[in-house]
Write a protein that binds this ligand. Structure first.
Ligand SMILES: C[S@@+](CC[C@H](N)C(=O)[O-])C[C@H]1O[C@@H](n2cnc3c(N)ncnc32)[C@H](O)[C@@H]1O
Length: 203
């Protein structure tokens, strides 16, 4: 997607994807990340999942294109981050205000797990293969949790895009479906047919 698309959405406050609380499926299955020290959260927005993962003892590393979203995360959590270029850190949470495709493994350091909610599904089909390959390059073949949505794509243009179970299985070295629920909240949920799934995956 054109980076300006996301900058405009943040500037205009069109961020219905922001749940304002930890994701319900993450809360149910966060124990799957236990023992994994540094968790990468790509395309993290200002998600409360970042603080939730930190509260469970993980070091959290997020990557978010829009710097205002990064600043908003820390401000809304009452944190004054140390800022080094585009790297913001406080309370065990480091956020890179960068395009994920420009971030290298050397900058990130060792990563022990990945958590993706509304990141893979934010990308158009032609970018999704490149995105997962890039995650593998910068994080290594680590385990993680993926929250994806599935709905008839012809009913609405993305993002969020539908990434059905069959496609999820093409992207990762291993895939285990943990649970699925009716999608709640937002215009895709209003279709009444959308499903949200959480998977344990290995990059
Ligand atoms: C659908 S939102 C999901 C945000 C977050 N994961 C959540 O659950 O609230 C997708 C986010 O990815 C960011 N984004 C889009 N393309 C990106 C890229 N190439 N690199 C880093 N962030 C990107 C957008 O600015 C937006 O905040």
């Amino acid at each position: 997607m054109d980076p300006q698309f996301w900058r405009d959405r943040w500037q205009e406050g069109r961020i219905a994807f922001h749940e304002g609380r930890p994701n319900a499926l993450l809360s149910r299955f966060a124990s799957r990340l236990e023992g994994r020290k540094r968790v990468l959260v790509p395309l993290c927005g200002k998600s409360d999942d970042l603080a939730y993962l930190a509260s469970r003892g993980h070091e959290v590393v997020g990557i978010e294109l829009v710097e205002d979203a990064v600043r908003a995360f820390f401000a809304e959590h009452g944190l004054a981050p140390e800022i080094d270029g585009t790297r913001y850190s406080a309370a065990g949470i480091t956020l890179f205000a960068r395009d994920v495709f420009d971030v290298t493994s050397a900058e990130l350091g060792a990563i022990d797990a990945v958590y993706d909610r509304a990141a893979l599904v934010a990308l158009p089909p032609e970018l999704r293969v490149k995105y997962v390959a890039h995650l593998r390059a910068i994080a290594g073949a680590v385990p993680g949790l993926l929250v994806a949505i599935d709905y008839p794509q012809e009913l609405l243009p993305g993002p969020p895009f539908s990434v059905p179970d069959a496609e999820v299985r093409t992207h990762f070295a291993s895939v285990e479906l943990l649970a699925e629920d009716k999608l709640q909240g937002g215009r895709v949920a209003e279709l009444g047919v959308a499903v949200e799934r959480i998977y344990a995956v290995t990059l």
